[in-house]
Design a protein around this ligand. Structure first.
Ligand SMILES: C[S@@+](CC[C@H](N)C(=O)[O-])C[C@H]1O[C@@H](n2cnc3c(N)ncnc32)[C@H](O)[C@@H]1O
Ligand code: SF4
Length: 351
């Protein structure tokens, strides 16, 4: 048996629910609770597309909290153990802490995480922690105010995000992880300063290769800094050594600073695709189920949900989609004519 086949057999053997056509179980569920955002990061929601008259979802089109919790329960039945709340900007969703509180009560859920751009975190950190959130991921691409402004589309500020991170720390959210999208010629010259700021604080910075999500961000391979190149650059300043992943299917490759300065992660979906271990499902804000970040089509769950489908029927629907899943877009990227695909946008499907 070749090593790849062994990994897949191992994965499938440990699975609690169905496995897909490539023998991958379902483990993580990412729920986009809000397609709107208070930033316009050009790599995600460029202003020229997401302008003032862009038609975002109406609140009645979005799943309400009871619907989200019900679907989460159905996904737990299929094997999901971890939920990430995302968007768009999830903290724009009114009363989000109530949803976190409900989800933490679900039997079977072992971990709930939230990804935010951090601008509203100072306001909500304590409430989120009180509702049961344990940890948080904050996106911060640079500490340089000009570069920040360019990468957020002119919204928010470094000070606000750092303040949000400080409130999260004081509220007891741990670990705090930082997501940093790296774009060549845009913020790559500021990354060592970002690391210098967080080294030794327990906050874990994770560098994400710029991805070709959606169709609007003018992605080009020349803007991607491969993680290997970045790790070599960082090692030149603070030597690094690799650590094992926390669990199979974890997206970040982990390294620690040899001098004890903490941990840094690399998410290398472009240069080292990890489709073989991908156990993530996604639900868009209006209740479509997607089996890949780069999907072109989802399966509507809101329709059946609102038409009175039972939990068993919803479970069968989800199971059927998952068992037919064959997605491995990142592995095929190089051989595909990507511009011909109508991939869904990340703010809608959830990052
Ligand atoms: C879509 S955002 C949603 C949550 C929240 N608004 C935030 O920014 O953290 C989730 C994550 O996706 C990342 N992201 C967005 N577009 C990306 C791209 N084209 N390539 C890589 N990462 C991207 C963001 O930096 C963020 O860390
Ligand atoms: S990455 Fe997050 S903060 Fe930036 S536009 Fe996308 S959803 Fe908004």
């Amino acid at each position: 048996m070749d090593p790849g086949e062994k990994v897949l057999k191992g994965l499938a053997a440990g699975a609690r629910g169905p496995v897909d056509a490539l023998r991958r179980p379902i483990h993580d569920l990412r729920i986009s609770v809000m397609d709107r955002c208070n930033f316009r990061c050009p790599y995600c929601m460029p202003r020229e597309t997401f302008h003032e008259s862009y038609r975002f979802l109406k609140s009645s089109e979005r799943l309400d909290f009871a619907e989200i919790v019900r679907l989460a329960r159905v996904f737990v039945r299929t094997g999901v153990r971890k939920i990430r709340i995302t968007g768009g900007e999830p903290l724009l969703r009114p009363n989000l802490a109530d949803l976190i509180g409900d989800l933490t009560q679900l039997p079977g859920i072992e971990d709930i995480a939230l990804t935010t751009n951090g601008v509203l975190l100072a306001k909500y950190a304590t409430e989120l922690k009180a509702a049961g959130l344990q940890r948080i991921t904050v996106s911060l691409d640079t500490l340089d105010p000009e570069v920040f402004s360019r990468m957020s589309g002119g919204f928010g500020g470094v000070g606000e995000v750092l303040d949000g991170i400080e409130h999260a720390r004081r509220a007891g959210l741990a670990p705090i992880k930082i997501n940093t999208v790296v774009q060549r010629g845009v913020n790559d010259h500021t990354l060592l300063d970002l690391l210098a700021h967080f080294r030794g604080t327990g906050v874990i910075v994770r560098f994400i290769e710029y991805m070709d999500v959606g169709t609007r961000n003018h992605w080009s391979p020349s803007l991607v800094v491969p993680s290997k190149e970045l790790a070599a650059m960082i090692s030149g300043r603070w030597p690094l050594e690799p650590r094992d992943r926390d669990y199979r299917g974890e997206v970040a490759e982990r390294h620690v600073f040899k001098d004890g300065g903490g941990e840094v992660g690399f998410i290398s979906s472009v240069s080292q695709p990890f489709c073989g271990d991908c156990s993530r499902a996604r639900i868009s804000s209006d209740g479509s189920f997607y089996t890949c970040l780069f999907a072109t089509q989802g399966t509507d769950l809101r329709g059946p949900l609102r038409a009175g489908a039972t939990d068993d029927e919803l479970h069968e629907l989800v199971r059927g989609v998952w068992t037919g899943r064959r997605d491995r877009y990142s592995e095929l990227r190089a051989s595909m004519r990507v511009n011909d695909l109508h991939k869904v946008e990340m703010n809608y499907i959830g990052g």
